[in-house]
Design a protein around this ligand. Sequence first.
Ligand code: ZN
Length: 339
Amino acid sequence: MFPTSIAGSLPKPAWLAETHKLWPQWKAQGDELRQAKADATLLWIKAQEDAGLDIVGDGEQSRQHFVHGFLEQVDGIDFEHKVKMGIRDNRYDAMVPQVVAPLKLKGRVHAFEAQLARAHTQRKLKFTLPGPMTIVDTVADRFYGDRVEMAFAFAELLNQEALALQADGVDIIQFDEPAFNVYMKEAADWGVKALERAAQGLTCTTAVHICYGYGIQANVDWKKTLGEEWRQYEQIFPALAASSIRQVSLECYHSHVPPHLMKLLEGKDVMVGVIDVASDEIETPEQVADTIGTALQFVAKHRLFPCTNCGLAPMDRDVAMKKLQALAQGAELARRRYG
Ligand code: ZN
């Protein structure tokens, strides 16, 4: 009951990359960088196991950013000439690569870290990929001229990599779609369909993560404009409930999302965010168990998966470590309370 996992990313150690940044510079190159990525991946797998998490991941230690890590292995993208673009409906500016030609994978994207992780843990392994709509929102289009067409082009590439990850022994493939919470109507119109295209043919567990973003200042400021009740999920959950995706990861703790919106996901596994990634304050096991208790009013016991609200990439490493422990201890307390 209540299997625990994180949304995906974890802080990179200071010897691997710059800390506290969403687009950090690597600290090494070539073979040395490859070894450093491997070391950091193993370190975090061990840390997740030691904390007591049931489902572990690579902590996204081998990619600079959760979207651009995938794009680096795609032909048709000009990474040399990045341009400044407002992303997430102009919430903040990012330097993004440009799509300049038909999209095609150069080869495997995440084989190295997925196979490494698989070889070093007996626990269930979750692997994250960016979702098509979020990719489209994090790259400059100089070729397709149509967001939907480009999203489906990316979905095909994601599908190729996802099928290969499944063959590597990954148990859960999760697509990250924070853009769903920004373009709700488009998400319901075509975003979920593009997501299903990316997950086509997968027999492992499929998941989608939809959040209000990392704990960076631009997101903290944006959340202040969303009012007393955050009802974005209300517009997209019905489409997801009708989709073939099995698990949905959402924000809960410290958010203004009305918890009853989880009821719209009946029939799906719900990864409930019980850990706040926008605060360095460590949750107590009681707080985590209380959040699980709240979610239990709207989610069946066997469908509730305690999780973090979002990735922990920009946080302090020791804060992230303590939050992993709080997550596992809180879920354990909830098992005793509600079991
Ligand atoms: Zn997130």
